[in-house]
Design a protein around this ligand. Structure first.
Ligand code: 9WN
Length: 450
């Protein structure tokens, strides 16, 4: 039952407060993740926000996604940030004067009149569009919402399949840690060690004005993020030309790709496009098969990331699986069609000593509780995040783990309201960290409230 620990008054308060956060962060066409720290539109944030906004205003949820998709590049990529031209240049780093996509990205089809970043984030958008449609199908049909977004979503998925399968094994690669959405995950420490950081005096961070240094990625991380982004930019954001010295197959990114592929198949079916529906569900099934073939580790009992730039294990596919336990390796629980023994192993891992669901922690941490890099405060190196826990709740429910899903749902709702819609939490104490009034925390709590 939703809100087990909240009660009627608590639920009403949560609804009211979540609405205040989402409407306060609405700019007229889309929602910022947070007014101070992230004052532009972010790609996967908008997908999660739309999933919550559909409970307040399906029209606004549609608009959120359509605004993001209107900044899509001609090659199909959906940029990870769409910059708001009214926000001062120094409010966020790296800003539009760093990415310079309208000029540097012209060869890859970047928009001429809207500034964006040149990298991507996990493809949660088709899933979000389908959930938005389902919340009010009549209104969605009246506005032709799905007919408008379907071609853009299909082009987005085609971009990932055609330009990002860097090893030819059937999965999309990320080429920058920011593309995972889990920026400083310990998974990236190994692959990033090969990247020469940009000199510290060549850029000025803006995030430390709003966030504690101990909670954020380090200056050394930033030096490497800047180097990778600048290299991509200086190669015109063309995947065929860019060196991509960081190239990783991430289980979470690909599981979301598969889940969105099935959602896109549903969208095509709703629009009467049976051939499109078949194409997208076949591709989603192939992604799930490739996830298992390339990223599953029976020894670890979870999926791992594959570092394509590491020396290959003999006789195996390109690169090397990294022995680092991130929660990203549990998120394939949301991909339909996993073999039963894999689902069973994932359930044992999420409830075991490494992630502690139902025992040691309030919400599932972003990284192994027993791992050498675990830090309960530093961003994606331990803290619990609401979008991840929302995805796990959905995955548990889809596997028939109703009781666990109900328990997690109650804990997410309680943590969201008591932390003031924090960006992330200390997984043990549940104390809020990072910024407050964070959009996806409010949106996803609203969604779990139903
Ligand atoms: C870089 C906006 C984004 C989220 C990411 C989160 C953080 C940006 C940053 O904020 O990343 O994209 O500046 O730290 O890691 O998941 O989308 O909320």
């Amino acid at each position: 039952p939703a809100g087990r620990t909240l009660g009627t008054a608590g639920r009403a308060r949560l609804r009211r407060e979540a609405r205040r956060v989402l409407f306060g962060n609405w700019t007229g066409n889309s929602t910022v993740p947070s007014l101070g720290l992230y004052p532009h539109q972010w790609s996967w944030d908008s997908a999660f926000v739309a999933i919550g906004l559909r409970h307040l205003s399906p029209a606004r949820a549609q608009r959120e996604l359509e605004t993001l998709l209107s900044a899509q590049w001609d090659d199909g990529r959906v940029p990870h940030i769409v910059f708001n031209p009214r926000v001062p240049l120094d409010a966020y780093f790296p800003g539009p004067d760093f990415w310079r996509t309208s000029t540097a990205g012209a060869g890859a089809g970047a928009p001429r009149t809207t500034e964006t970043s040149g990298i991507v984030q996990p493809p949660v958008h088709a899933l979000a569009a389908w959930l938005v449609h389902e919340s009010d199908p009549a209104a969605s049909r009246r506005r032709g919402f799905l007919a408008r977004v379907a071609p853009r979503l299909a082009a987005w998925h085609r971009y990932l399949a055609a330009h990002r399968d860097l090893d030819g094994g059937g999965l999309a690669s990320i080429v920058h840690p920011w593309e995972s959405g889990m920026d400083n995950s310990p998974c990236w420490d190994g692959p990033l060690a090969r990247v020469t950081p940009a000199p510290p005096d060549s850029f000025q961070r803006a995030d430390l004005t709003h966030g504690a240094a101990a909670d954020r990625p380090t200056d050394l991380d930033y030096g490497r993020y800047v180097r990778l982004s600048a290299d991509y930019r200086d190669h015109g954001y063309r995947d065929a030309d860019a060196p991509h010295s960081f190239a990783v197959e991430d289980p979470s990114f690909n599981a979301l790709f598969a889940a969105s592929g099935y959602a896109l198949a549903g969208i095509c079916r709703e629009l009467g496009d049976e051939a499109g529906a078949r194409e997208h569900s076949d591709h989603a099934a192939a992604l799930t098969e490739a996830l298992v073939r390339r990223l599953w580790s029976a020894e670890a009992g979870q999926f791992l990331c594959r570092d394509l730039r590491a020396a290959p294990e003999s006789g195996r596919a390109g690169g090397r699986l990294m022995d680092v336990r991130s929660v990203a390796g549990l998120l394939p629980l949301i991909a339909p069609g996993l073999p039963g023994e894999i689902t069973g192993a994932l359930l044992r891992t999420v409830t075991g000593e490494h992630f502690g669901l139902g025992t040691e922690v309030r919400l599932v941490p972003s990284y192994d509780l027993e791992g050498p890099a675990f830090d309960p405060y530093r961003y994606w190196r331990g803290p619990a995040w609401f979008n991840v826990n929302w995805l796990l709740e959905r995955g548990l429910r889809s596997c028939g783990e109703t009781e666990r899903a109900d328990g997690l749902r109650a804990d997410v709702l309680d943590a969201a309201v008591t932390s003031g819609f924090a960006e992330y939490l200390d997984p043990y104490s549940g104390a809020g960290r990072g910024t407050r009034d964070f959009s996806w925390t409010a949106a996803l709590a609203l969604d779990l409230l139903g």
